[in-house]
Design a protein around this ligand. Structure first.
Ligand code: PLP
Length: 400
């Protein structure tokens, strides 16, 4: 028989896929399920981006590219970093990856030794701890409370750093909480980080354009350029341009790290798809029209659905600054009894009950390292979201 290695048996498949699988199984049984699990834009990729991909195919851009990405795309990414983040980056210090996910994975794989610690503020994107485990590291979760806006404080950071810490992963705006850091908050974190030169920082900026408070987008490295020699900046086109299926991410950072990530990539996946790279080039050069439009649509949904859920007794929902999720506090439902006589004990039970009784699929906060909450994606049309909110309200009203 085939034996599976510990690095795989210690990790689990993404909980959002399992939640979606459960919802789809019920759908196949004929139940009408509103799926609010999805973590991808409901918009189509803008047509001019798709057309650039078609043109690339017609032009014969169908071969291996440079391992770290086409020169044209890396130039465009360097221009993007300057334009949007005020960071001066050389194209040769950029790597184009198979989604942001593979940039994060390769960076961890390139740096972690057995038992090395990675600081992960919770609630976190589900993949961070599992990727760390897959790379033999030890995830160290720092719980960021709702009262603190789900943000990591400078004091918490300082108290969590040990000599075994290799990385801090900072995701702003955050999946799942939407929390986003202000210039002053980044300054406070940077002051701590300056005291610990052995710690590297990974900023996952994948939701940077999905911010709703109109304050300027500030990057940690803009606030503190002295962290540049140990910061990896990760980004991609998936969420900003509705391009999740194209699998284009990118990263920039210290040359030794980008080189190591390139070596790993060259011996595993090789370059990201040539056609997708052409599409990403068009996306980065496409201006801000699509971004502005989709942001307004998400903002409207966020405000509408947060208000509806906040009107449900037992639920409360902080209005997130960014990303396209609501992280709903369901602590007020714990201890209540369902029509079937079940006492709801934790958020995983609430989520299963919502699926069965409200016909709405969401993901339990337990998956993101902070309970009692559930994550509801607003990357679905407003009418469906409103129907989902109404069904949740109705189910909650029947709890005793
Ligand atoms: N980082 C965060 C916080 C995410 O939520 C996601 C996608 O869900 C990713 C990275 C992965 O993005 P990509 O599609 O570019 O791999």
């Amino acid at each position: 028989a085939i034996r599976i290695a510990a690095r795989v048996t210690r990790i689990k498949p993404s909980p959002s896929s399992s939640a979606s699988d459960r919802a789809n199984a019920l759908k196949r049984e004929g139940k009408a399920i509103i799926n609010l699990v999805v973590g991808e834009p409901d918009f189509a990729t803008p047509p001019e981006i798709c057309e650039a991909a078609c043109a690339a195919i017609r032009n014969g851009e169908t071969r291996y590219t440079q391992n770290n990405g086409t020169p044209a795309l890396r130039e465009a990414i360097a221009a993007k970093f300057l334009r949007e983040n005020h960071l001066t980056v050389k194209p040769e210090d950029i790597i184009v990856t198979n989604g942001a996910k593979s940039a994060i994975f390769n960076a961890l794989a390139a740096t972690l030794e057995v038992g090395d610690e990675v600081l992960i503020p919770a609630p976190y994107w589900v993949s961070y701890p599992d990727m760390v485990l897959a790379c033999d590291g030890r995830p160290v979760v720092i719980t960021c409370q709702e009262e603190a806006g789900f943000r990591l404080t400078a004091e918490q950071l300082r108290a969590s750093i040990t000599s075994r810490c290799r990385w801090l992963i900072l995701n702003s705006p955050s999946n799942p909480s939407g929390a986003s850091y202000s210039r002053a908050e980044l300054r406070a974190l940077a002051d701590v980080l300056l005291d610990y030169p052995h710690l590297a920082i990974m900023t996952d900026d994948i939701y940077e354009h999905l911010r709703y408070d109109d304050s300027p987008n500030v990057h940690l490295l803009e606030v503190e350029p002295r962290l540049a020699d140990r910061t990896l900046v990760v980004n991609g086109v998936s969420k900003t341009y509705a391009m999740t299926g194209w699998r284009i991410g990118y990263a920039t950072g210290p040359k030794v790290l980008i080189t190591a990530m390139g070596t790993l990539q060259s011996q595993s996946t090789s370059n990201a798809s040539s056609v997708s790279q052409a599409a990403a080039l068009a996306a980065l050069n496409s201006g801000t029209g699509f971004i502005t439009h989709s942001r307004e649509v998400y903002r409207q949904r966020r405000d509408d659905i947060a208000a509806r859920l906040n009107a449900v007794p037992g639920l409360s929902c902080r209005v997130p600054e960014g990303a396209f999720y609501l992280y709903v506090n369901c602590g007020g439902l714990l201890g209540k009894t369902t029509a079937q006589g079940q006492v709801l004990k934790n958020d995983s039970e609430v989520v299963l009950w919502l699926l069965e009784s409200a016909g709405v699929a969401v993901v339990a906060g337990a998956a993101y390292g902070l309970s009692p909450y559930f994550r509801l994606s607003i990357a679905t049309d407003l009418a469906t979201l409103q129907a989902g909110a109404a069904q949740i309200a109705n189910a909650v009203s029947q709890l005793k």
